[in-house]
Design a protein around this ligand. Sequence first.
Ligand SMILES: Cc1cc2nc3c(=O)[nH]c(=O)nc-3n(C[C@H](O)[C@H](O)[C@H](O)COP(=O)(O)O)c2cc1C
Length: 163
Amino acid sequence: MDAIDALKTRRSVREYTREPVDTAVIEDLIDCARLAASARNVQPWEFIAITNRETRVKLADLAPNGPHIAHAPVCIAVVCAEGTYYLEDGAAATQNIMVAARAYGLGSCWVAGDKKPYAAQVLKLLGVPAGYKLVSLVTVGHAAARPVPTKRPLADVIHWEKF
Ligand SMILES: Cc1cc2nc3c(=O)[nH]c(=O)nc-3n(C[C@H](O)[C@H](O)[C@H](O)COP(=O)(O)O)c2cc1C
């Protein structure tokens, strides 16, 4: 699958089969993430790959908006050192993980981290040192269902020269 297809067909997947994801693939998703653009190339990110079911269940218990964390074979926590652009940088890395997952034929879903009341508890559970923010928890796995949410058409969102 080329990059354009991966970008255009990625959709959030919240139902996964029990099939695990190869360790080499998880590593490559994180390799794609660490190559994302970042302001002044600070690369403030760290990535925690969580495959342990007990930990994933605890994460799902903390994040009521991410029950699928318990069922996906892997969850990647994207954390960034605090700084002016930590959120933009972490978001770019998160998107890379999801598009790369699609290119591998996998499903993924971004579960909110930044601004959520559970962020501090997640950071503690994952042993993240002080000075880091939780940007996202990304579930990854083989899709059991692929929803197709509607998207605003190109003609509605494109503007040339002025709004
Ligand atoms: C910043 C951000 C936070 C999100 N948080 C959650 C979340 O907590 N739980 C969830 O199931 N999906 C979450 N999503 C996924 C969105 O619901 C999803 O991207 C949106 O419905 C559009 O669907 P699509 O990803 O299939 O295009 C989040 C997405 C973004 C960008």
